[in-house]
Structure formats: structure tokens, C-alpha cells
Design a protein around this ligand. Structure first.
Ligand code: ADP
Ligand code: MP5
Length: 271
């Protein structure tokens, strides 16, 4: 029988939390990898009880269990890109950072999940500092949203494009190769406008603003799509530009399911 999956299929990994509602976290990441025809592997960091209305409980996995998942995958398969998502605690962040250092990986996308879209802080201050000083320096790209950019840059309120640009420049000094400050949480004509900085060049990335409240999973989807594109061999900026196009399409096909903020639709090409 013909083998339909080409043996050279690129492999990516997500190190992130589970979303029981299926909209964000590893569920969104693995769907995004699949859309890009990239084989998705994962290390689950925590399990959230979550739906379109919010998170009601979070249980962390033991750090040893997270390290073992990463080890099992990379000792057997050639992972070409990794994204990190919800890492929850200082202990988990340190474990993941240590593993990444040991692997000597460079295609690392760090989505510094710290604050929900509603502006609620999801990590304690020790964990935030560990993301800042242990994880971000390992990133080929860090993708903070508006609130995370405020925390990481020290700019108290980001409301203008100039402040997004200043934040990107300050965050880049923490040691990541490039930064994308995401504008999904901005208002007015800045909603959906992102700022990219690579240490020299500032770029404003804009597609179209999608008028929907069903935006659950946008950040996870964007960072997973960047990782998928890196696994496919794209350079960083084209990987980000293609990922932004993908998120825009997914937003246009978002799902009005549940009573709250529905998820983006990952498989619009099949509709
Ligand atoms: N309404 C929207 N229209 C167009 N793009 C959007 C919209 N909301 C979010 N995005 C895009 O989705 C991606 C994820 O950003 P964001 O929603 O800010 O992340 P997070 O989910 O981490 O808060 C970014 O590229 C952002 O510009
Ligand atoms: C397990 C998990 N990870 C990440 C997010 C953030 O989601 P978003 O992509 O909407 O910022 C989430 N709500 N749940």
C-alpha cells in the first residue's frame, strides 16, 4: 500500500497547556500544525478546565513529567521548531528553559503567556521574571500581546503604535533574536496591527481587522503557525507574515460556539 505521508514530513513541538474547550493551548497548536502539514508533537505543561467563558481550574503537571515528554520526543524524532505557550509556574519555566539549552535548539518561538485577553495576570511575579531572564534569551522570536508587552517592557499603558514600537525595542534587549508585539488587544484602527523588531528593523504588520468577538486562541494559533512555518524552512519574517495571514483567515472563520468568546476556525480550507 502506498505510504501517503511523506517520510520527510517536518516535525514541530508545542510545550503548552491543555484547553478543555479545545480553542487555545495544545489543541489549537496541534490543529495549526496539521493545517500546515507539519507533524505535531507536544509536551503538556498543565491542564486547564476551560470553556468559552473562562478558566475554572488549572492543574500543573510535575516538572519531571514535562521533561520526560520533551525527552521522549526529541530522542526519537527530528524536531525542527518548538513553540512554548502556557508554562504556569517558575519551576516549569526553568525546566523547559534547561531542556531547550541542553538541546541547543534555535527555532524557538516563545509565546510568553502571562495575561489573559481580559487583562488578568496568569503567573506570579517570580514566574514572570523567569520568563524574562531565562526563557526570552533563548527565543528566535517572542510574541507578547499588549498586556504582556507592558509587563516585559515596563511601559505601563500601551495605547499607540509608537508605544508598541518602543516596547518591541525594549523587549528585544532582553536577548531574544526578534520580537512581535501583537495588537489583538489594541483598540480602534490599531486592533490587529502587530509590530516586529529584529534589533535593527521595525516593521508594522497589518492584514485586515476582523470584526468578531470570537478570538479565543488567536495568540496560540499565531505562535504555532510561526513554528510550523519555521519547521517548513521559512526565514523568520516570512514565517511571521504567513502566520499572520493564517490567523486572519482563521478569525474570519471563527466559531460562534459556547456562550462566550468562541475559538478561531483552523480548517477553513476544508469548508
Ligand atoms: N480582530 C482582529 N482582527 C485581525 N487580527 C487580529 C484580531 N484580533 C487579533 N488579531 C491578530 O491575532 C494575532 C494574535 O494576537 P492577540 O490576539 O493580541 O494575541 P493573544 O491571544 O496572545 O492576546 C495577532 O496577529 C493579532 O494582530
Ligand atoms: C491552555 C491555554 N493556553 C493559552 C491560552 C491563551 O490563549 P490565547 O491564544 O487566546 O491568548 C489559554 N486560554 N489557554
Amino acid at each position: 500500500m502506498q505510504n501517503l505521508i511523506k517520510p520527510e514530513v517536518p516535525i514541530a513541538m508545542t510545550i503548552a497547556g491543555s484547553d478543555s474547550g479545545g480553542g487555545a493551548g495544545i489543541q489549537a497548536d496541534l490543529r495549526t500544525f496539521a493545517f500546515h502539514r507539519v507533524h505535531g508533537t507536544c509536551a503538556v505543561t498543565c491542564v486547564t478546565a476551560q470553556n468559552t467563558l473562562g478558566v475554572t481550574r488549572v492543574d500543573a503537571l510535575p516538572s519531571e513529567a514535562i521533561a520526560a515528554q520533551i525527552e521522549a520526543v526529541v530522542s526519537d524524532m527530528r524536531v525542527l521548531a518548538i513553540k512554548t505557550g502556557m508554562l504556569l509556574s517558575q519551576d516549569i519555566i526553568k525546566t523547559v528553559a534547561r531542556k531547550i539549552v541542553a538541546l541547543g535548539f534555535s527555532n524557538i518561538v516563545v509565546d510568553p503567556v502571562m495575561v489573559s485577553r481580559a487583562g488578568v495576570q496568569l503567573l506570579d511575579n517570580d514566574a514572570i521574571n523567569t520568563i524574562k531572564y531565562a526563557l526570552l534569551p533563548l527565543a528566535a522570536i517572542a510574541t507578547p500581546n499588549r498586556y504582556e508587552a507592558q509587563i516585559l517592557s515596563g511601559i505601563p499603558e500601551i495605547t499607540t503604535l509608537e508605544q508598541m514600537q518602543a516596547a518591541a525595542q525594549t523587549i528585544c534587549q532582553l536577548g531574544c533574536r526578534t520580537v512581535l508585539v501583537k495588537g489583538g488587544g489594541m483598540t480602534g484602527n490599531l486592533r490587529g496591527v502587530d509590530v516586529w523588531f529584529d534589533g535593527k528593523r521595525l516593521e508594522v504588520l497589518q492584514t485586515e481587522t476582523v470584526d468578531t468577538t470570537h478570538t479565543h486562541g488567536t495568540g496560540c494559533t499565531l505562535s504555532a503557525a510561526i513554528a510550523a512555518n519555521l519547521a517548513l524552512g521559512l526565514p523568520l519574517l516570512p514565517a511571521v507574515q504567513a502566520a499572520k495571514q493564517y490567523v486572519t483567515q482563521a478569525l474570519k472563520h471563527s466559531l460562534a460556539i459556547g456562550q462566550g468568546q468562541g475559538p478561531v476556525g483552523h480548517f477553513f480550507a476544508l469548508l
